[in-house]
Write a protein that binds this ligand. Structure first.
Ligand SMILES: *Cc1c(COP(=O)(O)O)cnc(C)c1O
Length: 580
């Protein structure tokens, strides 16, 4: 079998190229979307348990929300992502995190097998299943094979990661062709998806387009969405790895040459080539866009357009709260804040807020029914209980241990309101530093008779737990080191679900003013810590006063509902990518 011929499906006709030349002459590139020319969204991570794919964190949650919002808005949209045949579940046993690998079968999630596509790796042909699931105007297109492995298995920069990324890029691009789809735009959700744009560049060049024009064409139709702040932290691949996994999949000598020239000292960072192949570039919050420090190959600072992440409110907000937003005219039927939503928020009173949160508590209790805390205890909260939560991936910059730096002070604050403190967050497999932080945090609690009974760690943080906690708690803590969070979306779930937010001024939170929430800031770590306790105390006592509760809740929603709305985010993308 001639692999080269087998896995490439040429452009159906050369009319694309003619159209392109026409458009360039008139200085007007057409990028109209249609069902055959969908908005394509490429992501190595999707967090969509309902559709059988469990992600690692925010990047995947965003991808799932973006697709769901596109579906609601009727946007022709194709999300291309790997289907991982296995995933990890974490549990806590005798203070140790236990990891279980469980197989996942795509057939159980309503995917249809389409066909196989082949890519080349390590001198062999790798055959990938193309599967598809249609959801309204959108579809999830996946490539997979039994040994594909888990999300983020192996080190970044490893052969296996490159294999997964190449499979998504070349395999996914071939899958689109198989389905008769041409991308109106290719949105690359982070650089692991670079190879999709590379596959397109190669195809155009191979089909007779002049190389430089193919570069222009690909660039004009590719959006690189950056979620990372520091380019220096990015893993590199070696030339020898590209010889095994990438070059064999390229047919055009010009593209091979172009790519080879991008190596420095035998290594490459995918961001440098992604910047080259994508003329459109976006960051995920206003602050992130300002501080992201990326250089192109010439050493010039890269500019990103700010399109702050949003969430699919129908997925993350308790339905009774959504009904209330609509009843009082705060949100329209597409979940966009209405023109006069600020005035309409005056109709949200403290009785209603309390009532809605009590109903939300039932959701939390249900979620916790088969999820014991670190002591093996099944929690069930009463109406009179007060809940503070900290839920997010256990990574250093998010500082899960910060509130425990002064355990006595934390205890006093919580005890004053008889409050519980729930922690949820997975440690990345193999991250010993964070694993030890979690252990020592739980150890600290053991030595205090109040914290022992009132601080709960719930293992295996996932969508259900995120939702249950957003619905059921009263105060949420979000304290990333300022400048480290690209956007964050957990806090959006909390604000939309009427929790009071205690947060540092970072990521998407910094899209709003500091006065809009319980802001933790300070010139140094000690000041910040002091401020955290003060604000936590304030947020807790705000719940005891009807006027304060209404005032702060309205303030949070006034500042953040427009940010939170996933429809707003999709509108921003559509305006940026397909200007009228
Ligand atoms: C919302 C959500 C996230 C996103 O978290 P951030 O760190 O706030 O971006 C991660 N994991 C799960 C399970 C979520 O539901």
């Amino acid at each position: 079998m001639d692999g080269q011929e087998y896995f490439y499906h040429p452009l159906e006709n050369i009319e694309d190229v003619d159209l392109f030349y026409d458009a360039v002459e008139r200085n007007h590139l057409t990028k109209a979307i249609s069902p055959e020319r969908p908005y394509t969204y490429w992501t190595i991570e999707l967090y969509d348990q309902q559709n059988g794919i469990r992600g690692g964190g925010g990047l995947g949650v965003l991808a799932a929300d973006t697709r769901r919002v596109a579906e609601k808005m009727g946007v022709p949209f194709a999300l291309i992502t790997p289907f991982y045949p296995s995933e990890t579940k974490q549990s806590l046993q005798d203070g140790e995190i236990i990891e279980n690998h469980i197989p996942v079968d795509y057939k159980k999630f309503g995917y249809k097998f389409i066909d196989k596509v082949n890519i080349k790796c390590s001198g062999a042909i790798c055959s990938l299943d193309v599967i598809e699931k249609r959801l309204g105007s959108t579809r999830i297109i996946s490539v997979t094979e039994p040994n594909f492995g888990e999300l983020y298995s192996g080190l970044s920069g490893s052969d296996h990661r490159l294999y997964q990324e190449v499979s998504l890029g070349f395999g996914g691009y071939a899958a689109l062709k198989l389905l008769g789809l041409k991308p109106a735009i290719m949105q690359l959700n982070e650089v692991a998806t670079f190879f999709a744009a590379l596959a397109r560049l190669d195809e155009l060049t191979r089909n007779g387009m002049d190389f430089y024009e193919a570069v222009v064409y690909t660039r004009k139709h590719t959006l690189y969405t950056n979620h990372t702040l520091v380019q220096a932290a990015e893993a590199e691949f070696k030339y020898s790895q590209f010889e095994k996994f990438v070059f064999p999949n390229l047919k055009s000598p010009a593209v091979k040459k172009w790519l080879s020239d991008k190596f420095t000292d035998g290594s490459i960072k995918l961001s440098t080539v992604t910047i080259e192949i994508a003329e459109l570039r976006s960051g995920v919050s206003k602050l992130h866009t300002r501080v992201a420090n990326y250089r192109d190959i010439a050493g010039n600072k890269v500019k990103f357009k700010a399109i702050t992440n949003g969430i699919d409110m129908d997925k993350w907000v308790f339905p009774e709260i959504m009904d209330e937003y609509k009843r009082i005219g705060v949100l329209d039927n597409l979940n966009l804040p209405s023109a006069d939503f600020t005035e309409k928020l005056e109709l949200l009173d403290s009785d209603t807020i309390r009532q809605l949160k009590l109903s939300g508590r039932e959701v939390l209790n249900k979620t916790l029914k088969n999820r014991p805390d670190q002591n093996g205890q099944i929690l069930s909260f009463r109406d009179s209980d007060f809940i503070v939560d900290f839920k997010r991936r256990f990574v250093d910059y998010k500082r899960p241990e910060m509130p425990f730096k002064d355990p006595v002070r934390l205890r006093n604050i919580l005890e004053s309101r008889n409050a519980h403190y729930i922690i949820a967050g997975r440690v990345h497999p193999g991250d010993h530093i964070m694993y030890n932080k979690l252990k020592s945090l739980l150890e600290t609690c053991k030595h205090d008779d109040y914290l022992r009974e009132h601080v709960h760690y719930i293992a295996d943080y996932d969508e259900n737990l995120a939702y249950g906690l957003s619905c059921g708690s009263n105060v949420s803590i979000n304290v990333p080191v300022v400048g480290c969070e690209a956007c964050g979306t957990s806090w959006m779930k909390d604000v939309a679900n009427l929790n009071l937010l205690v947060s540092t001024h970072d990521g998407g939170v910094a899209d709003g003013p500091m006065s809009a929430y319980f802001c933790v800031n300070g010139g140094n770590e000690d000041e910040e810590l002091d401020m955290l306790y003060q604000q936590l105390e304030d947020a807790i006592s705000t719940w005891d006063n009807d006027f304060d509760l209404e005032y702060m809740t309205r303030k949070q929603l006034t500042a953040f509902l427009p940010v939170i709305s996933g429809t707003r985010m999709m509108n921003d993308y559509l305006q940026y990518l397909f200007p009228k």
